[in-house]
Design a protein around this ligand. Structure first.
Ligand code: VGL
Ligand code: ZN
Length: 199
C-alpha cells in the first residue's frame, strides 16, 4: 500500500473574496495543512484557464453565470471569469502550506474544453499526467480534499476510482459551490455510491 494526498484547487478565486467563492471555503485550510503531516506524497491540482475559456459566461453573448450550454456535445455550466492563467485568483491560497507539494497538475488550459477532474478533461479526451505520475510512484490509495466538493473534488475522486485507486475523501476538508441547495449532500452520496470511502 502506498498513499498520496491530492489537494484540489485551493486557489484564491474559490475562497471568500474570490471570483467564484465557495462559502466557508477558508474553513478547510487549517485542516488541509494538518492532514499533510500524514503523507509522504502530496500533489495539487490547479484550475488554470486562458482568458478566452469557453466556461466563462462572459465569452458567450447573452449568457450569464449558472446558464448551461452545449460544448462539443458536453453539458457545460457557465461560470464567472475565474482562475485566469497568471492572475492572483489562480494562485494557491497564501494560507495553504505548499512546501511539501511535489507536483502541481494544471487543468482547464484548453480554451474549448473544461476540466473539473484533476485526471482528465470533461470529455475524457486528454489527461493531465496525474494518473501516470501516481502509477509510476506505485501509489495504490489516494486521499482527496479541497474545492469544490460538487465539481472538481467530485470529478477527481470519481476518476481516481476509474483509474483503479482506492479512493478516500476527507469530507470535512471540502466545501461545495451549491448552485442548488443540497448539491453537497448529493455529491457525497454520488461519491459513496461509486465506492469512495469517507473520512
Ligand atoms: C471548479 C467550477 C469551475 C472547481 C473549477 O474547482 O470545483 N468549479 N472551475
Ligand atoms: Zn474552472
Amino acid at each position: 500500500m502506498k498513499k498520496a494526498l491530492i489537494i484540489v484547487d485551493v486557489q484564491n478565486d474559490f475562497l471568500p473574496g474570490g471570483a467564484l467563492a465557495v462559502t466557508d471555503g477558508d474553513a478547510i485550510l487549517p485542516l488541509i495543512n494538518e492532514i499533510q503531516k500524514d503523507f509522504e506524497l502530496i500533489v495539487a491540482t490547479q484550475d488554470y484557464h486562458p482568458p478566452n475559456h469557453a466556461s466563462f459566461a462572459s465569452n458567450h453573448p447573452d449568457k450569464k453565470p449558472g446558464d448551461i450550454i452545449d460544448l462539443q456535445g458536453i453539458k457545460q455550466v457557465l461560470w464567472p471569469v475565474h482562475c485566469v492563467q497568471g492572475s492572483g485568483g489562480a494562485e494557491f491560497s497564501p494560507e495553504l502550506d505548499t512546501t511539501n507539494i511535489t507536483r502541481v497538475f494544471r487543468k482547464g488550459t484548453d480554451p474549448n474544453l473544461d476540466s473539473y477532474s484533476g485526471f482528465f478533461d470533461n470529455g475524457h479526451r486528454r489527461d493531465t499526467g496525474l494518473e501516470r505520475y501516481l502509477v509510476e510512484l506505485e501509489v495504490t490509495d489516494v486521499y482527496i480534499c479541497g474545492l469544490a466538493a460538487d465539481y472538481c473534488v467530485k470529478f477527481t475522486a470519481l476518476d481516481a476510482v476509474k483509474c483503479g485507486f482506492n479512493t478516500w475523501l476527507y469530507r470535512g476538508a471540502t466545501r461545495a459551490v451549491n448552485l442548488k441547495p443540497g448539491d453537497f449532500d448529493k455529491s457525497i452520496h454520488e461519491m459513496a455510491s461509486a465506492g469512495i470511502k469517507m473520512l
